[in-house]
Design a binder for this molecule. Sequence first.
Ligand code: SIN
Length: 283
Amino acid sequence: MQVKRLTCNIGAELKGVQIKDAIDSDDLFNEIYRQMLAHKVIFFRDQDLTPEQHAAFARRFGDLEDHPFSAEGPRVEGLVNIYKDENSKPNYLENNWHADVTWREIPQKMAVLRCVKCPEVGGDTMWANMAKAYEDLPEHIKQQIDGLYTRHSIEASFGASLPIEQRHALKAQYPDAEHPVVITHPETGEKVLYVSAYSTHFTNFHTRENVRYGNDFTPGHHWLLMDLVRRATIPEYQVRWTWEPNSVAIWDNRCTQHYAVADYPPTVRQMQRAGVIGTKPVR
Ligand code: SIN
């Protein structure tokens, strides 16, 4: 296996590997996992992989789960279809910086994404290293956010453009989750900045001392939160991957965020994603 780093801070391409061989090989599986922890997102070209093998490979990392907004299409248990064509709405939501399903109390620890069809040009995906984003924060901001929590909401993201009744039904089914602003990666021990497009507000920012008038209480639009959410957009933290059919990306959702660039409509783009259930994020 050859490992080619793609940037100084995140991402590597692994060559000379067929990931389906890791379904039955502990050595290969362990090496792939080690590379993912080291580089946070790893990429493979020309994977000869059926959807069933894709799901079987991803299940080696843990249990898989569905997504309430997965596109229609041929169903393989454990795989979510991400399908766009000329009829798709422009507000895709994959084109926003996020880690997958942090609106759940127990978000996904990682994902295995395969490109089925892609535009000739466009439709890239970007990832950002959120451990580096935390490490680079000024010391006074680190102190300020230590111990803070934010709400993460499917209602305010995927639900935002739905009629009010559907939005409320969505929230009833998937209540907001609350996560620390800074989490500790359960395997590497790195501190990670854990706010994203799904974060609506700090839940414990205010104290008796800093709420004196109603004007002091601005839960939804705090500039500090906006500043933290925008950290993923800093190019030094990012890697950008151009897809080809049968390219695969495996990423660690506990220390990265990603953004699927929606510059290709009305061309067809079809991806299949296996999302691996993780553990509750902790400080
Ligand atoms: C996602 O947000 O997981 C989808 C990424 C992509 O479609 O490139």
